[in-house]
Each structure stands twice: as structure tokens, then as C-alpha cells.
Design a protein around this ligand. Structure first.
Ligand SMILES: [Zn+2]
Length: 558
């Protein structure tokens, strides 16, 4: 390992020591690790091929000399999962989830804790202080426990009790601060100063930024093997890895995206990729100082004094200089800052879980909701390769996401003289699910379209859905099932949607069933006239994610 620490304010370089926080020349706390990219770039791709898939795979580019296996917990090396269903729904097939839930404590902060604690252990540190909105303290606690370092964890009293207990179980001292996260940071800093203890400095911590880089390294290496086409060549470079077009992450203090940006930038310096992806930083609307500043074209973010979001993990009201640095990178990469409401985040969390089997925490869902918003706005194009950072567990917010009636009870009856045990069980089960869910007939010759519509409907409620892949089959299904609603494609071979409509209207028993027509093509005015009065709604394919479609379905089903 050979690298120096360079001050971003006066350019002064020093050797790295984890407890030295300030530039000895100008006292700045904003410094960056700098490696010999030319020599590392020549060898790293071939050297890592035989290494295990954890973040130490990229050890030449990390600020730790010898990582002791005794403090490793399997950090990094998380899967990159293609979100095939979301991709179909959004009309944007190359969406990938960097599944940071699969870290040792289920969040991307495990990288930060792994690298920082390894460096502190190497430096002989035995006690440290961190302020946290939850996840950082949990990650640090796990690694501190393993490394024999005492952690003082300052958390705001708004952090859910389950998270606080999770911090405590590792033996960390939890200190609840009744106040904002920014105030908790101030108290923690004062405590560390008085006792002369190591303090986690968020985005100013060199080991933390360095740790986050590994997300960029892994994503680029993984995408290269997942995407069939090879990296776009610019002519002068011969990149061997593939960077995404977009990298999306929810932002609180900014450390994650700052580190990930540095990772991509280093890969580009080493000619391993040919571009740095556009960065999209997504914040919760109730605490969006970065989004506000960026939309105002300001280099400085005005602090949000009282964050109004249920998503406590994202409640950094005062991002300080991290915003100034991050906004520079966002602009350089032609990225964006965007905000979403808590409600949009909870909805995205539900959609992600039901469509992809990925249950993320609300903070990660903010990034997913941001993805939906950017695709709908046309900022992200259908051909773009998009990676979304997904972290955490749903535990604390599940009730508000699911609403009421998410579980049904089976109460086992007391056996009476008149009932056999089986009868009692059947009676109990009949109360668990109604005999009949609203019934929908789905007639479309495209299997992909049917699968997509089915998934969207199923992600929103209980429906019994019957499919047909042509008009004639569709009429049979309708006759047998007597659906409450028909979703009908127009362009089908043999018997098209118009003919199906004529047949339905000709029979009194089917004439009144509501019909939503879905079509991929622009209709002529003649065709539109033909549909007038015959159908309840006309949806353009690709619009199915819109609330309008689901509202239409709900209202037609009463
Ligand atoms: Zn300096």
C-alpha cells in the first residue's frame, strides 16, 4: 500500500494516520487519499481475479495495511440484481439493484465500519465516538465488538427503539439525545473532545470515503459480466469494465455518494472505465437541503432546522460542505438532485418488495421512488443502464407501508359436541379469505404485457386474474368467469380488440362489464370514435405505473 493524503484546500500532502483529522498546513478537515493510479491500474484487474468477493478484493486502493481476518465479517461483495419486473414496468430494461442489505448488518454502512475499524485497530485505537441516525451506529457496533473497541453511540431519541436495542446488543453505549441529528452530532463531538477520543467525522473521514468507493468498483466489475455488450469504446481508451449511465442513492450526509463518485473517478483515472456515471442524489422532501440548494443553483445548502420526515435515517438537516463537493460532482456528471415525499417512498418500498422480492428500508425506497420520478420525467432514458443503491431492512416502518388488514387471524374454535374438528377448522379458514376476489380478464397477445399488468395489479391488491392471448379465447374466458373488469388489447391477430368489444356489447350478460383498453399505438380519430361509449378508459402501454391506471381499476371494481 502506498498512498498519501492530500488536502483539497491547500494541496499539501501528508502520510495517512487515521486519528489525524486536520491538514497540518491549513487546518482543513477536507482531505482525500491519493494512490499511485498508474501503477495500480496496470495490474489490478488481473490481480483481483483470484481474490474473494469482499471489499478487500480492492485492497491496493484502501487505506489499511494488513487487514486482520479476526475483524472481518464478510463486508462488501454484495449482489447486483437486475430488476427485471421494475424494468418492464418503467420501460427501462437495464435497472440494477446494488443489494447492500446483504452486508453483515444489512446496510451499506458496513463498508464504512469495516474499513474504518480495520484502520483504527491497526493504529491501536481502543475507544471511539459516533453520532448516528441508526445504521452507522449498528455497523460500527458490530465491528467494534469484533475488534475490541468501545463505541459511544449518540443517537437521536427519534431513532426507533428496535434500532437502539440493536446497537446496545453489541455492547456499545447508547446515548439518546433528545433533539435533531445535527444536535446529536454536536453533543458527540463535544464528548469526544473532552475525553480526547476518536470521533467519526462523517464525510470528512478518509476511511469512510475510501470504503464507499468499493461500491463503484464492485458495480463496474459486476456490470461488465452481466451486460452482454462490451464497454463502449471511446477510441483512445480501451476500458475493460463497464460503468452504469446512472448511479442513484438516497442522500443524508452525502458520504455514500461522495465515496462512490471517488471510486468511479479512480477507475476512470486507471482507464478501467470510460465514463463516470451521472449521479442522482435523492432526498426526502421533508428534509431536502441539498435538493433545495441545487435547484436554486447555490453552492451552499441552507440548513433545514426541523426536518419533517418519518425517514429518520435521512434527517441530516445541515449537510455543510459535503453538499458543495457533491453538487460539483452531480453537475460534472450531468446528474441531478431530486426529492420525493415519504408517501412516494413508502409506495416505492411496497412496489419493490412485491415486484422484485426485495424488502428495503424506507431510506433506500427514497432512491427507488427517485428512480420512478426520473424515468417518468424523461431524465433517465429507456436505454440507460441504472444502478440503485438499496440498503437496510423494513422493520421500523412496515406498519405505515402496509396499512391495516395486512394479516388475517385464524382463531381455532373450541370443539363442541355438534362440530367435528375438521368442520371447525374449515369454518375458521373460511373467515381468513373471502370466497371471491374481484375478477379481472386480461386479454392481450403479448405474454410480456400480460405478465407486467398482472404484476402491477397483484402488487396493489388481491385480484383473481384470468388471461387470454387472443380475442376468441378472451370471449370464452369472459363467458366462463364473468369478470368484474376486462383489460383488453386492441391489436391482436385473428380477432382484434374492436371485434371483442362488438361481441361483448351484443350480449346483454356481458354488455355492462367495464372495459379498459390498453394499446401500444397511437389511435386514429376513426378508431377513437369506434371506442367512444364502448369502454371506460384508454391506457397507453407504458402508462401502467401511473396512479391513474390503478385508480381507474379501483373505481371500476367499486
Ligand atoms: Zn491544507
Amino acid at each position: 500500500m502506498s498512498f498519501v493524503v492530500r488536502c483539497i484546500d491547500c494541496n499539501h500532502t501528508t502520510p495517512f494516520f487515521p486519528t489525524s483529522m486536520n491538514c497540518p498546513r491549513c487546518n482543513s478537515q477536507w482531505r482525500e487519499a491519493e494512490y499511485d493510479y498508474e501503477s495500480i491500474g496496470r495490474t489490478i484487474a488481473s490481480q483481483i481475479s483470484s481474490r474473494t468477493h469482499d471489499l478487500w478484493r480492492f485492497r491496493e486502493l484502501l487505506p489499511v495495511r494488513n487487514v486482520h481476518p479476526a475483524i472481518m465479517l464478510g463486508e462488501g461483495g454484495t449482489p447486483l440484481i437486475q430488476a427485471i419486473n421494475l424494468g418492464m414496468m418503467l420501460g427501462c430494461p437495464n435497472i440494477y439493484i446494488k443489494d447492500e442489505r446483504q452486508g453483515p448488518t444489512s446496510s451499506f454502512k458496513d463498508r464504512q465500519a469495516a474499513v474504518t475499524i480495520a484502520a483504527l485497530k491497526e493504529a491501536g485505537i481502543t475507544e471511539m465516538v459516533a453520532a448516528s441516525t441508526g445504521n452507522v451506529a449498528i455497523s460500527y457496533s458490530a465491528y467494534c465488538a469484533r475488534a475490541g473497541i468501545k463505541l459511544w453511540a449518540f443517537v437521536t431519541s427519534l431513532v426507533p427503539a428496535v434500532k437502539m436495542r440493536e446497537i446496545a446488543i453489541y455492547g456499545s453505549q447508547v446515548i439518546k439525545v433528545t433533539g435533531s441529528y445535527d444536535q446529536a452530532k454536536q453533543v458527540a463531538a463535544e464528548f469526544a473532545r473532552q475525553r480526547n477520543l476518536y470521533l467519526d467525522m462523517g464525510a470528512r473521514t478518509i476511511t469512510s470515503i475510501e470504503a464507499m468507493k468499493t461500491i463503484a468498483f464492485e458495480v463496474s466489475e459486476q456490470l461488465t459480466s452481466m451486460l452482454s455488450h462490451s464497454a463502449r469504446s471511446t477510441g483512445k481508451l480501451n476500458p475493460i469494465w463497464r460503468a452504469p449511465d446512472w448511479y442513484i442513492q438516497s442522500v443524508s450526509g452525502g458520504m455514500g455518494p461522495l465515496g462512490v463518485y471517488k471510486g468511479f473517478a479512480e477507475l476512470q483515472k486507471m482507464d478501467l472505465i470510460d465514463h463516470v456515471p451521472a449521479l442522482a442524489g435523492i432526498q426526502s422532501e421533508g428534509c431536502a437541503p441539498m435538493v433545495q440548494a441545487w435547484k436554486d443553483h447555490s453552492d451552499i445548502a441552507a440548513p433545514v432546522k426541523s426536518p419533517r420526515t418519518h425517514i429518520e435515517t435521512l434527517a441530516t438537516g445541515d449537510p455543510g460542505r459535503a453538499y458543495t463537493l457533491l453538487s460539483k460532482h452531480v453537475n460534472e456528471t450531468h446528474g441531478v438532485f431530486e426529492s420525493v415525499t415519504d408517501q412516494e417512498a413508502f409506495q416505492a418500498m411496497h412496489v419493490l418488495a412485491k415486484m422484485e422480492g426485495i424488502s428495503a428500508e424506507p431510506a433506500a425506497a427514497v432512491a427507488v421512488a427517485g428512480l420512478f420520478k426520473l424515468v417518468r420525467a424523461g431524465v433517465i432514458k429507456s436505454t440507460d443502464v441504472v444502478v440503485v443503491n438499496c440498503t437496510g431492512h423494513t422493520m421500523p416502518t412496515e406498519p405505515s407501508v402496509l396499512g391495516d388488514n395486512w394479516a388475517r387471524n385464524v382463531v381455532m374454535p373450541n370443539q363442541t359436541m355438534e362440530e367435528t374438528p375438521q368442520e371447525g377448522l374449515l369454518a375458521a379458514l373460511s373467515r381468513v379469505a373471502p370466497d371471491r376476489f374481484p375478477c379481472i380478464a386480461l386479454i392481450d397477445d403479448s405474454a410480456d404485457a400480460r405478465r407486467l399488468i398482472r404484476r402491477i395489479l397483484q402488487s396493489q391488491g388481491n385480484f383473481s386474474i384470468h388471461e387470454a392471448d387472443n380475442g376468441r379465447q378472451g370471449l370464452k374466458v369472459i363467458e366462463v368467469e364473468r369478470p368484474d373488469l376486462i383489460i383488453l388489447d386492441l391489436m391482436m391477430p385473428e380477432m382484434d380488440g374492436f371485434a371483442v368489444l362488438d361481441a361483448l356489447k351484443a350480449k346483454p350478460e356481458t354488455a355492462d362489464i367495464p372495459v379498459i383498453v390498453s394499446t401500444a399505438k397511437e389511435l386514429t380519430s376513426e378508431e377513437k370514435d369506434k371506442l367512444k361509449g364502448q369502454i371506460q378508459a384508454l391506457m397507453q402501454k407504458g402508462d401502467f405505473l401511473s396512479d391513474e391506471f390503478l385508480e381507474e381499476v379501483r373505481s371500476l371494481l367499486g
